[in-house]
Write a protein that binds this ligand. Sequence first.
Ligand SMILES: NC(=O)c1ccc[n+]([C@@H]2O[C@H](COP(=O)([O-])OP(=O)(O)OC[C@H]3O[C@@H](n4cnc5c(N)ncnc54)[C@H](O)[C@@H]3O)[C@@H](O)[C@H]2O)c1
Length: 253
Amino acid sequence: MRLKGKVAFITGAGMGQGREAAILFAREGARVIVGDISSKAGLETVRRIERRGGKAIFAEGDVGVERDVKRMIDTGVKKFGALHILYNNAGVLWKDRDRSVTETTEPNWDRVMAINLKGPFFVAKFGIPYLIRSGGGSIINIGSVSALCGFTVAQDAYTSAKGALISLTKSLAIQFARHNIRCNIIHPGIIATPMQAPYLKDPKRRKSFEDSIPLGRIAHPREIANVALFLASDDSSYVTGTEIIADGGFCAQ
Ligand SMILES: NC(=O)c1ccc[n+]([C@@H]2O[C@H](COP(=O)([O-])OP(=O)(O)OC[C@H]3O[C@@H](n4cnc5c(N)ncnc54)[C@H](O)[C@@H]3O)[C@@H](O)[C@H]2O)c1
C-alpha cells in the first residue's frame, strides 16, 4: 500500500503502460483518475480496477486541449477530494505521419506536439495548484530513449517533444521543490503496448529489436509502471529533477 491515501491523475490510462500503471497504483492504495481520449478504453481500465477492489473514475478528454484537461482534473478532484500524483503518460508515436522534418506536414507536427508536450503543460498548469493544496506531490513525465539517442528512422516531432519534456521536467522540479513537489521523467525503451503492436507483428522486425537490446527482450508495461510507482511513492522522497532510463541497457551501448 505504498500509495495509500493518494489520488493520482494518469493520462492515457486507457491502454498500454498507462493502464498498467493505473491498475498498479490502485493496487497500492491510490484512487485513480483515469484520463483518456477513448471512453471505451478508459472505462475498461476503471472496470478492471474496480473488479480488483480498487477505486477509480474515468475522465474523458484530449490532453492537447486546455479546457479538456482542466475538466478532467476538476472532475477527478471533485470525486476524490484531493490530488497528489500527476502522471503524464499519454503520447502518440505516428511513424507514418511523423517523419523527417523534410517530410512532415505542419498539422501533423502540431498535433504530435499538442499531445506529447502541450498535454504535460496543461496537466501541470491545472494539477499543480491542487498538489500545492495537498502539501506536495509527485509529477511523473514519460519521455523516451529517442530523446536521448535519436531514432534510426526519423520521427522528428516525437523526438523533439520528448526532448523538450526533459527540460520542462527540470524546470518544474526546481520551481516547485519548495512546495514539496517532485518532478521526474522516465525514458522507456521499447515496450510491448498497443502503440508498438503494429511494428512488432513482423517476427523478423521484433527479433531485430530484441537483438539491439542488451537484456535481449522488449519491456513488459509493468516494468515501466514499477518505475513510475517508485517515483510516485515516498520511496523516492529525495529524487527530483532527474531522468530514469528503463531501456534494457539500450542507451548504455
Ligand atoms: N511503447 C513504447 O515502446 C514506448 C517507448 C518509449 C516511450 N513510450 C511512451 O510511453 C507512453 C505510453 O505509451 P504506450 O505505449 O502505453 O501507448 P499506447 O498507444 O499503447 O496507449 C496510449 C494511450 O493514450 C491515449 N491517448 C492517445 N492520445 C490521447 C490524447 N490526445 N488525449 C488523451 N489520451 C490519449 C490512448 O487512447 C491510449 O489509451 C507515451 O508517452 C509513449 O510516447 C512508449
